[in-house]
Design a binder for this molecule. Structure first.
Ligand code: SAH
Length: 373
């Protein structure tokens, strides 16, 4: 589906500005939010009031913020919760059960998020960077390189927008609650570490300081930045970790996930094991099945041996071919054999559904790790 003129106008009309994203309460810890308000000339307690409207009530209409004097509402809202992103376009599929939103940030940067409705949960897949520097050859985002890191508030705002859409009954079936968050949109979350940690606090902190969503419903997916995984387990957040492995052997992984030249398979699995020991959270192994590249039975065998005594779950993702790529998804029978071999080692495995493929939403970089549950 090509963009309409209206959409193109929104995408291209504004010259890209090299200025920093506006600061927002979601960029700060609780203590720093008070200072932020104070520095802008407001009483420190305004920060907590605004946070309550933002995180607990998902209310972005300051005219209804009755705990703040009417003549100050607009100014306080503009200062503490400035508008960070504008909706460029929304595409839906699966009878409205999958919805992809394209957002434009203050400097014209575009990022996307995908909202997926299941019988038992609603998941949002968010972006942590505009573009990505990891350069994995099968991933659409990787081809354009890293444009910039998103701020904590720019990441958080994608989640709050999704939570608001759920609460407002914009999804089929009426008002509901956002239950799961996966960092599987654009970007490598552990390469934008501080902003991602702040976002994780915004997600798990109880109302009114955060969204009060359980850490076990949050999945951080990484190419396997070992130093990042080691730091993450010390944060005490205990979210679910997903490792984008894609092959058990270093030789192929050096090309599929080039950062493997720095952190190899053995080191990454050791870090994931340590994460599991420390947090008690089983981890997922993401594996995009690419026809005749990484889908051979011998690779399944090697992976099965590697994982049989580990607290890992394998998520197989049929490759979503990127435009111009010579690679495609595995044959059905090879996929089935891959599953069978892994199961013969007692390794839990799921083949992920390919939600939103027709709207470029399940392109892997926007796929959810959710089929496991
Ligand atoms: N940078 C992080 C998170 C973003 S990608 C990571 O690599 O984990 C989310 C998942 O989608 C990753 O497992 C990624 O390898 C996978 N993916 C990327 N492109 C894909 C494609 N074309 N088809 C299937 N999965 C893909």
């Amino acid at each position: 589906m090509s963009p309409t003129n209206e959409e193109l106008k929104l995408i291209f009309d504004e010259p890209v500005q090299k200025k920093k994203a506006p600061k927002h309460i979601a960029d700060f810890s609780l203590e720093d939010r008070k200072n932020f308000a104070k520095e802008l000339g407001f009483q420190p307690f305004r920060a907590a009031q605004v946070a309550t409207h933002y995180f607990s009530h998902l209310n972005n209409d300051p005219s209804t913020w009755s705990d703040i004097p009417a003549d100050q509402r607009e100014a306080i809202a503009d200062a503490l919760t400035p508008k960070l992103m504008e909706l460029v376009t929304t595409r839906t599929t699966d009878g409205g059960m999958t919805r992809k939103d394209l957002w434009k940030l203050h400097d014209g940067t575009l990022v996307e998020s995908v909202l997926m409705c299941y019988t038992d949960r609603v998941t949002v897949c968010i972006s942590s960077q505009a573009g990505c520097g990891m350069n994995c050859p099968f991933c659409a985002t990787g081809q354009g390189g890293l444009k910039r890191n998103l701020t904590a508030a720019e990441i958080t705002d994608q989640i709050v927008a999704a939570a608001r859409a759920c609460a407002n009954g914009e999804l089929p079936g009426g008002p509901t609650r956002l239950s799961n968050i996966v960092f599987m949109g654009m970007g490598e979350p552990l390469a934008n570490y501080n902003a991602v940690i702040r976002t994780l606090h915004n997600i798990v902190d109880a109302n009114p300081d955060g969204l009060g969503i359980s850490a076990r419903s949050v999945t951080v997916s990484t190419v396997g930045l070992v130093n990042g995984v080691e730091k993450l387990m010390e944060e005490g957040i205990n979210c679910t970790l997903a490792i984008s492995l894609h092959t058990p052997d270093d030789e192929l992984r050096n090309t599929l996930v080039p950062i493997n030249n720095r952190f190899n398979v053995r080191e990454i699995l050791a870090a994931a094991d340590a994460y599991e020991k420390k947090t008690g959270r089983r981890y997922s192994i993401e594996y995009a099945l690419i026809r005749d590249i990484n889908d051979q039975a011998w690779r399944a065998d090697l992976l099965g041996r590697m994982l049989k005594n580990r607290a890992a779950h394998v998520n197989l993702i049929p490759l979503n071919p990127t435009p111009g790529s010579k690679w495609t998804a595995s044959r059905r029978e090879d996929e089935a054999e891959f599953v069978r071999v892994l199961e013969s080692y007692g390794v839990p495995v799921t083949v992920r559904d390919t939600r939103g493929r027709e709207i470029d939403g399940a392109c892997g970089q926007l796929a959810a790790s959710e089929s496991a549950k």
